[in-house]
Design a protein around this ligand. Sequence first.
Ligand SMILES: *Cc1c(COP(=O)(O)O)cnc(C)c1O
Length: 368
Amino acid sequence: MQFIDLKKQYQLIEQDVISRINKVLQHGTYIMGPEIAEVEDKLATYVHAKHAITVSSGTDALLVALMALGIRPDDEVITTPFTFIATAETIRLLGAKPVFVDINPLTYNIDPAQIEQAITPKTKVIMPVNLYGQCADYDAINEIAAEYGLYVVEDAAQSFGATYKNRFSCNLGTIGCTSFFPAKPLGCYGDGGACFTDDDDLADKIRKIRNHGQSTRYNHVTLGMNSRFDTIQAAILIAKLHIFDNEVRLRSQVAEKYNQALSDIVAIPHIEAYNTSIYAQYTVQVANRAEVQAALQEQGIPTAIHYPVPLHKQPVFSMDYWGDADLSKSEHLATRVMSLPFHPYLSDSEIEFISEHLKQAILSKCIS
Ligand SMILES: *Cc1c(COP(=O)(O)O)cnc(C)c1O
């Protein structure tokens, strides 16, 4: 059994993917070919944003977004420590300082009630992460941002396809950033990402930054880099978008089946009534995690930890000063979370098998 089975999906779209890749090989515009504009158009339409600008990864989407907002050394960016390294890495790469705020233990997302006390005159951006595919509370976050004149950069690497109060993720802040890493809810067959915004000016800056700050060829008006999405990956993403709505439905059905099987024995994902999760991960909480994981592994059931070490405890950041923020909820949950195999094509019998063995593993650990 695979943790995320991408081959089942490929079997469904094989012909379409091959013919779209062939088309790119025939026209030969491997860099910034016509499929780039085509997929950007489809992506913008999907999330109801005015602009979608593809880039070479989710990490670059965050970096380019912060660059477009003019983030500089000594600026501060408020974010969560309960996330993948890329979130704070991009802040630090620009010489700015990630200021960590603890999470709401139910949703695992940044707790808006704790943001205000972290704001200083140096704060420029709030960067929430929509962990496991569920959006943070953007009404509360945007209200604070408006009051203090801050930007909101949505780390939507795990939440393309999720909704918040009937609005689409990637379009809930100043700039939304997503990833097309193969295992994300909408993945390509390599690295990729995109920035989304309704702001014409920012869209223009992002477009320039991803291509060496060029306005016209060899005229470089701003500091940029090579952060372009490959044409072949754009072609693949177009094929994937055709089945995405169906996959959104299948994902929520798989989650519902897990919920029914597991709600009595573990803490299942808590999804706010105003949210729909895209379940980038289906993550439960268990005590004795290492033992439970080992018991499942014996049955051939892979599990994963997202993420075992909160970012303020990572060696790369340990030399920095983090202040005295209480990040105990992130620290505690990092010892308990465990993600189960999850993809749209997980069968009923697989869900039953995984659930049954998870139950047994937990019960036997309780007794012993
Ligand atoms: C995957 C991920 C990223 C980075 O995306 P890449 O495409 O792998 O660079 C950033 N933030 C979060 C929360 C992620 O899960």
